[in-house]
Design a protein around this ligand. Structure first.
Ligand code: KIV
Length: 278
């Protein structure tokens, strides 16, 4: 008799069921090696469209394409064995109509292996979220600061102060009613975050939204100190890998110039040493 053990992957309903439990841990990843590092420690790994700025030097996420998301999404899914992958829908791939969103979400899922997508927008995207979720596409919503709308928002500002709170609450409720399995709150003031988290039956995942969310997400290159172009207030640096890399590269350059690298142990002999006789 043979026993087969198969590990069921984490899926959106499992994440939804974690509402109010131990905080969900989420980090972005864009490549297989980073996904392998993140996987043992995280519940979810987001292939965020932040990759446009972090990896490709773009000024915002607006120029990120479906092809970029598919390439990096595949790479991340290959590196995961435990954490659930979420893939961002890039700007312009879902806003036009529910049908356009479905076509592109299905492509992202089929071509990367990710079991769900994330899209930006509140009440105005509810029809699209309902269209997707009733047709087999689990959706994580993203409200508050929505970076793809930077050109209409006029910058990366806190969203939900000064009379905007009711709208952000209404956005959160509309996304839940439309069937989102979880919702990202970005740069939302912490009092409002607490009220939204208490009002919803789906997990809230915060980035710059205070401690009262059901989970937290950070951009991996920010928290590792690899992306240093700017540093939002909500980023905590858990390492300074950029500084370590700079020191290593500088030592390498100095050793090459001084002919100290490669040393004998990094080079190949012209003649193989004779094998020791036993
Ligand atoms: O693209 C991204 O990395 C994101 C997170 C910041 C939530 O959307």
């Amino acid at each position: 008799m043979s026993a087969t053990t198969s590990v069921r992957p984490v899926l959106p309903p499992d994440i939804k069921a974690r509402k109010g439990g131990q905080p969900l841990v989420v980090l972005t990843a864009y490549t297989t090696p980073m996904a392998r590092l993140v996987d043992p420690h995280c519940d979810m790994t987001l292939v965020g469209d932040s990759l446009g700025m972090v990896l490709h030097g773009m000024p915002s996420t607006v120029g990120v394409t479906m092809e970029m998301m598919i390439l990096h999404g595949r790479s991340v899914v290959r590196g995961l064995s435990k954490a659930m992958a979420i893939i961002d829908m890039p700007f312009g791939s879902y806003e036009e109509s529910p049908q356009q969103a479905y076509r592109n979400a299905a492509r992202l899922m089929a071509e990367t292996g990710a079991p769900c997508v994330k899209l930006e927008g509140g009440a105005h995207m509810a029809e699209t979220i309902a269209f997707l979720t009733t047709r087999g596409v689990p959706v994580m919503a993203h409200i508050g600061l929505t970076p793809q709308a930077v050109n209409t928002l006029g910058g990366y500002k806190v969203v939900g102060r000064d009379g905007e709170a009711d709208k952000v609450m209404a956005d959160a409720k509309a996304c839940e009613a439309a069937g989102a399995f979880a919702i990202v709150l970005e740069k939302v003031p912490q009092g409002l975050t607490s009220r939204i988290t208490a009002a919803l039956n789906i997990p809230t995942i915060g980035i710059g939204a205070g401690v009262d969310c059901d989970g937290q997400v950070l951009v991996i290159d920010d928290m590792l100190g690899l992306f240093t172009d700017f540093r939002p207030k909500f980023v905590k640096r858990y390492a300074e890998l950029g500084k370590l890399a700079d020191a290593a590269i500088s030592t390498y350059a100095a050793e090459v110039r001084a002919r100290e690298f490669p040393a004998a142990e990094h080079a190949f002999a012209d003649v193989l040493p004779a094998k020791a006789k036993s």
